[in-house]
Design a binder for this molecule. Structure first.
Ligand code: ANZ
Length: 851
């Protein structure tokens, strides 16, 4: 016992894989159906750690699974190798250090680690985004976006990280802090390049519905919130002493009669202009206020428990619906870059407006009776001159509860319109529709949508990224570098001052930055900024289709064959940034007729995090469990089995609870079973022990569904069970020559290959076969050996298990769905909501998604 030399076994199979390259994707002659499996590519900071190990263990299990199912699998690996850590390392290294060296050394280390991990990659397709052969196509992409009006420059207040001395996209600001270094982000007015992702906001939002059931619900919800579509109206207000009207965006045009003042964002051009047209006293007060406002973050400004501040601009707007004069204030709870940077304030029905009105003693007018029922006949409502509704049946308490000034609580609920002319008696929804109709007819407004999503700011004032391929001419034009001059290569870092100083280090590369106007030949300057590295990762899955193609970013024909990615696997930290950008660029490429799909990743698996001491492993915390050291003793297979066995994919794993010793023992037992087998490869299984055969065949029957649902921990548990039962049969039953023992051992080798490929190959060889078990087709269960008559089906509602049903194993999908819809607990969980999607996998799972 214990005679298996793990490291020798690993070395042996790694060498054979390297030599035979059995996992390269099949070419055109390969007639198998295709699957594209992809792990989010790593950033080469230091060596891989256990978080990577988990991610790539699952990626490899999925890739191997599809090969065993008879698919031609594409499973490539590359590196997301531009970015700040390389540059910061070079700065620390002192003069002459080059981010390149650090980056490519780390990549080399990663490559060794992945080989040692036993990952079944197609090594012919490696890419690094920092290679000119790659980033050249980022530049190509930039030009195409520019041509389509989707890349543009504008001056606006941007998020600025004072520590990294660079701008950040909205998506890179987490709770007011830099996503990377944690420094507090400030606003700075700069002229920068943007990608117009907002033009795709509706499609990015609506297409999420297609992904329901295939992406984690949580990720879809996060994307929906990030895009943040609001539906309402734009309403135009005349301004005394100004020719142009001011538009405001409102989700509640029904409350227009309740508007009692207007508020503009103090940091907007509009506020400055309104103040400029006022008295000098107002101008001074406004300027003082603006100075304080500019020191606070958006988060602070929107916080509801912060006292409201503002200044009256001594200007007036006219309410288009009733001609009332509304005083205009500047207050920081209104943001300059949302909607139109101005609101009609309806304090009775909006909490922030009410807080403001109470702080500055402004009038409050109730226009929705929120105590009135909204279904049934329209009630007749009377109200007194002060706008307080008179409800003959209402008690004093009721009336009091309706007075927002006294209670301090805005009436945001549904009800019946009062004090509102033609809208009186209507419910909120009907009144909104009616108000929009009336505004449209009068030319004072129109239906409108607003988004939380902002355009994607892609300029970075750093060295280690893709140079923006634009040229600034002497006469002030900004022109693209012609395609045939791409790539614009990064200059040597030698001699360049990389230290963050607020402008791009590339500006200091005199020879590089000086160029000529491609049209006139006159002296001109290159744009010295580099692109956000999220541009690099927004389309890399397509570059894997032909990473060495020097003529185009990817061959259209290959994309038609392989893409979109069937299984994308990575961390939930990319729920917004990377996944949103990749979805955006995919839609642009679709519009360019280069691809025939609109979503890049058909299904998404988010694995949980690997924790140490209950907190996330990270370099900055210094609690990384590194790959090489933790792999050395137990071996890659034991680490991979232990990870898979530790729990469901989406759960976090505490590394201290992971037992590689248990996994090692299990793998040794599996190998021993294989070497004990004492029958030829052509033995007749049918003659074997029936009890053991049933265990084997039940696993064959279940394994496909288990892997498809990412229940890797259950698969490992079932393999352990099978190994144990086989051992018992060898020791006490019919013995090692029983055909069922061979059948079971072969099943273990074939399925164990998902998690412990070195051990699996070794078993396969011991069992008398040629390599490689990694490409062997799995077997079918013999139905006569599947005794179970009924199974338990699980019913999920919005991703949560809400009921279980005991059903016949052979139930049809329709029957199962009908039973699920009728189940009491499920009905309760649905709560009357409409089912917008039902995914049925008979006989085990029904998954409903509600509106
Ligand atoms: C009048 C009104 C009455 C509003 C009412 C709400 C309730 P969401 O849902 O987040 O899109 N708003 C518009 N532009 C704003 C800005 N730049 N800064 C801060 N607030 C702004 O919010 C839309 C609502 O937020 C709009 O509808 C507007 O107030 C306010 F009973 O208009 B509402």
């Amino acid at each position: 016992p214990g005679t298996f030399d793990t490291s020798a076994i690993q070395a042996k199979w790694q060498a054979r894989w390297a030599e035979a390259d059995p996992f390269a994707a099949g070419g055109d002659g390969d007639t198998r159906p295709r699957k594209y499996v992809l792990g989010m590519f790593p950033y080469p900071s230091g060596d891989l750690h256990m978080g990577h190990a988990e991610n790539y263990a699952y990626v490899d299990a999925v890739a191997r699974f599809w090969r065993h199912r008879g698919y031609n699998v594409l499973n490539p690996i590359g590196w997301d190798s531009f970015g700040l850590p390389a540059e910061n390392a070079a700065i620390k290294g002192g003069a002459g250090s080059d981010p390149r060296e650090w980056t490519y050394n780390n990549i080399d280390q990663h490559k060794v680690s992945f080989r040692e991990f036993g990952s079944s990659y197609d090594w012919s397709r490696v890419l690094h985004t920092s290679d000119p052969e790659y980033y050249r196509w980022n530049q190509w992409l930039f030009q195409r976006l520019f041509e389509r009006g989707l890349a543009y420059r504008k001056q606006s207040p941007v998020n600025w990280c004072p520590n990294d001395q660079t701008v950040l996209a909205n998506e890179q600001v987490v709770d007011g802090h830099c996503e990377r270094c944690g420094a507090e982000v400030v606003k700075k007015k700069l002229t920068q390049w943007y990608f117009k992702i907002t033009e795709y906001a509706d499609r990015l939002l609506d297409d999420l519905n297609q992904l329901e059931g295939f992406w984690p619900h949580k990720v879809l919800q996060m994307q929906r919130n990030w895009i943040g579509r609001s539906v309402g109206a734009d309403i135009d207000f005349e301004i005394e002493g100004r020719t142009e009207k001011i538009s405001v965006f409102s989700t509640r045009p029904d409350t227009l009669h309740g508007a009692t003042f207007m508020v503009v964002a103090p940091d907007s051009d509009l506020a400055a202009e309104l103040a400029a047209g006022s008295s000098s006293a107002v101008r001074m007060r406004f300027q003082d206020y603006l100075d304080t406002v500019q020191k606070s973050s958006d988060i602070e400004r929107q916080s509801t428990d912060r006292p409201k501040t503002g200044v009256f601009l001594d200007r007036f707007a006219i309410n288009p619906i009733n001609g009332e004069r509304l005083p205009i204030w500047a207050a920081d709870y209104v943001l300059a870059d949302y909607g139109h940077g101005a609101v009609m304030a309806v304090p009775a029905h909006d909490q922030r407006d009410l807080d403001f009105a109470r702080a500055f003693d402004l009038p409050v007018k109730v226009v929705v009776d929120t105590t009135a029922p909204v279904t049934g006949a329209i009630p007749v409502i009377e109200f007194d001159e002060d706008g307080v509704p008179i409800d003959p049946g209402a008690s004093e308490d009721d009336l009091e509860s309706l007075d927002p000034v006294r209670t301090g609580v805005a009436l945001t609920g549904d009800g019946r319109l009062i004090n509102s002319g033609s809208l009186n008696g209507l419910s909120k929804r009907n009144a909104i529709a009616r108000a929009i109709d009336e505004l449209t007819a009068a030319g004072n407004g129109r239906a409108a949508k607003t988004y939380r999503l902002r355009d994607w700011l892609i300029s970075r004032q750093r060295f280690w990224g893709t140079p923006i391929p634009m040229i600034h001419t002497e006469d002030g034009r900004i022109v693209p570098v012609p395609d045939e001059q791409l790539p614009v290569r990064l200059p040597d870092a030698t001699g360049l001052d990389l230290k963050p100083k607020g402008t791009s280090p590339l500006g200091g590369a005199t020879e590089w930055v000086n160029t000529v106007d491609p049209e006139t030949g006159a002296p001109a300057l290159r744009d010295a900024d580099t692109m956000d590295t999220f541009v690099d990762s927004s389309w890399y899955f397509l570059r894997f289709l032909a990473p060495n193609d020097a003529t185009q970013p990817f061959p259209v024909a290959e994309a038609a064959k392989w893409a979109p990615v069937d299984s994308y696997i990575g961390g939930v930290e990319h729920a917004i940034l990377h996944l949103l950008y990749a979805r955006f660029i995919t839609k642009v490429l679709f519009d360019m007729d280069l691809i025939d799909f609109t979503e890049p990743f058909t299904s998404l698996i988010n694995q949980g995090m690997v924790l140490l001491d209950g907190s996330k492993m990270s370099k900055s915390k210094g609690n990384l469990v590194e790959f090489a050291s933790s792999m050395a003793d137990p071996g890659a297979d034991a680490v991979r089995v232990a990870i898979a066995f530790a729990g469901p994919v989406e759960d976090d794993i505490n590394w201290e609870d992971v037992s590689t010793t248990g996994a090692q023992k299990f793998l040794a037992r599996a190998l021993r079973v294989a070497s004990d087998v004492d029958s030829p490869t052509d033995v007749v299984w049918k003659e074997g022990d029936a009890a053991l055969r049933r265990v084997t065949h039940r696993l064959w029957a279940d394994v496909v569904g288990l892997v498809e649902q990412s229940k890797f921990n259950v698969v490992v548990a079932r393999l352990m069970e099978l190994v144990n039962v086989t051992r018992k049969t060898i020791d006490s039953g019919a013995g090692a020559s029983d055909p069922a023992v061979r059948e079971a051992a072969e099943a273990v080798a074939m399925i164990l290959d998902l998690f412990a490929p070195h051990t699996a190959e070794e078993m396969w060889e011991i069992l008398g076969y040629e390599p490689f078990v990694g490409v062997v087709a799995w077997r079918q269960a013999d139905p006569t050996l599947l005794v179970e008559e009924s199974v338990t089906a699980v019913v999920q509602v919005n991703g949560k298990v809400r009921g279980t049903l005991t059903v016949p194993a052979k139930i049809s999908g329709d029957e199962l769905e009908a039973l699920a819809r009728a189940d009491e607990k499920v009905v309760r969980a649905l709560g009357g909501k409409e089912i917008v999607r039902a995914v049925v996998r008979a006989p085990k799972v029904v998954s409903f998604t509600t509106a």
